[in-house]
Ligand binder design. Sequence first.
Ligand SMILES: C[C@@H]1O[C@@H](OC[C@H]2O[C@@H](Oc3cc4c(O)cc(O)cc4[o+]c3-c3ccc(O)c(O)c3)[C@H](O)[C@@H](O)[C@@H]2O)[C@H](O)[C@H](O)[C@H]1O
Ligand SMILES: O=c1ccn([C@@H]2O[C@H](COP(=O)(O)OP(=O)(O)O[C@H]3OC[C@@H](O)[C@H](O)[C@H]3O)[C@@H](O)[C@H]2O)c(=O)[nH]1
Length: 468
Amino acid sequence: MGDFGSDGSSSMSIVMYPWLAFGHMTAFLHLSNKLAEKGHEIVFLLPKKALDQVRPLNLYPSLITFHTISIPHVKGLPPGAETNSDVPFFLTHLLAVAMNQTRPEVETILRTNKPDLVFYDSADWIPEIARPVGAKTVCYNTVSAASIALTLVPAAEREIIDGKEMSAEELAKPPLGYPSSKVVLLAREAKTLSFVWRRHEGIGSFFDGKVTAMRNCDAIAIRTCRETEGKFCDYIESQYNRPVYLTGPVLPVDEPNKTSLEPRWADWLAKFKPGSVVFCAFGSQPVVDKIDQFQELCLGLEATGLPFLVAIKPPSGVSTVEEALPEGFQERVRGRGVVYGGWVQQPMILDHPSVGCFVTHCGFGSMWESLMSDCQMVLVPQHGEQILNARLMAEEMEVAVEVEREENGWFSRRSLEDAVKSVMGEGSEVGEKVRKNHDKWRCVLSDSGFADGYISKFEQNLTDLVKS
Ligand SMILES: C[C@@H]1O[C@@H](OC[C@H]2O[C@@H](Oc3cc4c(O)cc(O)cc4[o+]c3-c3ccc(O)c(O)c3)[C@H](O)[C@@H](O)[C@@H]2O)[C@H](O)[C@H](O)[C@H]1O
Ligand SMILES: O=c1ccn([C@@H]2O[C@H](COP(=O)(O)OP(=O)(O)O[C@H]3OC[C@@H](O)[C@H](O)[C@H]3O)[C@@H](O)[C@H]2O)c(=O)[nH]1
């Protein structure tokens, strides 16, 4: 190895501070594992509550050290809230306020550790405290390049007059030069983007924060690859005039000593024929907010007649998923359908031979995991960024079927049933087309040199950055 630490040593010292959401923390940790595999040392900052869930993913405990950060209470947040999972969507900005208040603690850590590099995504003040200790900064984005290109580039700036909300049409308008006519939002879908430009006291808007984060870093990094999102990455690079490094999908590979699937799911899944079970999961945050939509999801899966396992957070207004289930549902699906409100080992479930279909909310982490799996995919995105990921998979890559929605954004049990049957039904033309395209992409993405090539190039980019 060359001499690439700023102190002349052969390894780099890195601090990571991701946004307080599991989808982001797990993505940062997967990248940490790849860098630790190459001998670099990482101090990983995270809230105490996240530690138990994230620790098992650390494959290099001697090189990746967790450092817990106290997340202060901010008026309006539920007591003890430390991560996105503890906070309803409409209060997420308060979690960002709480994260900002951790700045003095993080500053002390940087002064003590004097790292070569600091990775962050939401804490846009990192460059201000990293520069004085001689560290270079990388704004690492764990969401799709398409969703950044559509809303979080300087050209997407919107003029908001006297705090007036923008119309759906204004919100849906792609910025000048945006490179796709397929990966876009319908006006009604674009309403979910209003949070991007809305101003909040003390922290400004989400847009301001992200643009500052990307303008002030030394390099922008994105968890994606040229093969799927090259044109969006080029657009971001031209908008920010900053180098854009790509890490590739950064998924954990099968480790010889990896833990096995919890027996309760392994035993349950083993009862069914290969490829017959529908697995439905909606990520680490509560996303299906309305109880009647939650019930429609359950009823749609029931109507498929297939065995199914759902891992989902309860909707608003109830504290458990059981309370939200439709009348008589549990009795009707007993033995073939389970709805579970806790954490499951998603990648291992997707890998299970009995599972043949993944109904996903299209979080970016889930998107990569589903592309690498051999499950058929049904897309039920909820928010702007997830909808764009869905368009990328359904319209550009043609590897999945997106559920049809009514004018008001609602999906019916029938549309979900139809979507699942269209990919699972024997002899279905659509099912065959998406399977064929998905097989091709899986071959490209799971080629042994593919992910390693991205990581090696990324490591070289970091080395050059530290030396510059
Ligand atoms: C309802 C509001 O939620 C709050 O945050 C929303 C979530 O933001 C996710 O991150 C992104 C979302 C979107 C999006 O929905 C549409 C887009 O076109 C772009 C993005 O970008 C990002 C993003 C991009 C780059 C980056 O480095 C990021 O860290 C994120 C995030 O994944 C999720 O955890 C959040 O819950 C919002 O704060 C607001 O205040 C709420 O009202
Ligand atoms: O029960 C669960 C739920 C989730 N997971 C894992 O947690 C991760 C969830 O990440 P996702 O990106 O799919 O979704 P999240 O909703 O949690 O993430 C969030 O940040 C990333 C954005 O793209 C998403 O839109 C946003 O909601 C996946 O790696 C998934 O395998 C589990 O292992 N078990």
